[in-house]
Design a protein around this ligand. Structure first.
Ligand code: AKG
Length: 245
């Protein structure tokens, strides 16, 4: 999907928007991840949440992963047959009925990504040429300890360079409800524990720099994820796939 040419409307002045993008650039360069709170505001966030709830209640979601990992060298949890991921998902392209608020969100994220990718002095971001992304993955961890084990989104250079996740969970208290996104940036020994709070948007590099897990969630936990492609890495990945087939 090509990036939408949306103008950012949530945050008021152009100056605030510049500052937001500059902060994301600094965080991505320094830490490999960035957290933006109050991205769209309560009213818009609620519209998105209600839309996602309706989609979920209509039974439109399916298992994030159906198979169990039974390889002999798999981590012990997988050997026991526990699920690698317990989320339920739905992919949203944009023009499906009943998805206009998710579509609006992805347009707003697109414009931020486009801006940080094209701003001057953007460091590592300047190495990429980002013009496309995946569809949006709307995910629900339905409580009951559902989780996603430590993994890397793009370990094999499939083209995805930035992961963007928007959370929809009002009054989330991780001490009671778990569901923390734990990122272990490599190299390094620090961890980033990110609560899936309502109207919070995060970005991180999708590759080996950011192994991450979703810790067991004890309450329904909604998130919307999009992955942004670097044009060159994507083209190389598609060419490799053609050769293999
Ligand atoms: C994934 O879908 O790959 C995740 O790791 C989910 C992260 C999150 O929802 O916080």
């Amino acid at each position: 999907i090509g990036l939408a040419d949306a103008s950012f409307m949530g945050s008021g002045s152009e100056r605030r928007y510049e500052d937001l993008c500059r902060n994301i650039i600094n965080d991505m360069n320094q830490y490999g991840l960035s957290v933006v709170d109050d991205f769209l505001g309560m009213e818009t966030g609620l519209k998105i949440l209600n839309e996602v709830r309706s989609m979920y209640n209509a039974g439109a979601f399916h298992d994030g992963q159906l198979v169990h990992n039974q390889k002999p060298d798999a981590p012990s949890s997988a050997v026991r047959g526990d699920k690698i991921r317990g989320d339920k998902i739905k992919w949203v392209g944009g023009n499906e009925p009943g998805c206009s608020n998710v579509w609006y969100l992805t347009n707003q994220i697109d414009s931020v990504v486009y801006r940080v990718n094209t701003m001057k002095d953007n460091g590592i971001l300047g190495n990429y040429h980002i013009r496309e992304r995946t569809r949006a993955m709307v995910a629900c961890y339905p409580g009951s300890g559902t989780h996603y084990v430590m993994h890397v989104d793009n370990p094999n250079k499939d083209g995805r360079v930035i992961t963007a996740i928007y959370y929809l969970n009002i009054n989330w208290d991780a001490r009671e409800s778990g569901g923390i996104l734990r990122i272990r940036p490599t190299p390094g020994t620090t961890v980033a524990d990110i609560e899936p709070k309502f109207d919070r948007l995060i970005f991180f590099w999708s590759d080996i720099r950011n192994p991450h897990e979703v810790q067991p969630a004890h309450r329904t936990r909604y998130a919307i994820t999009v992955w942004y492609f670097d044009a060159k890495e994507r083209e190389e990945a598609l060419n490799r796939a053609k050769l293999e087939n």
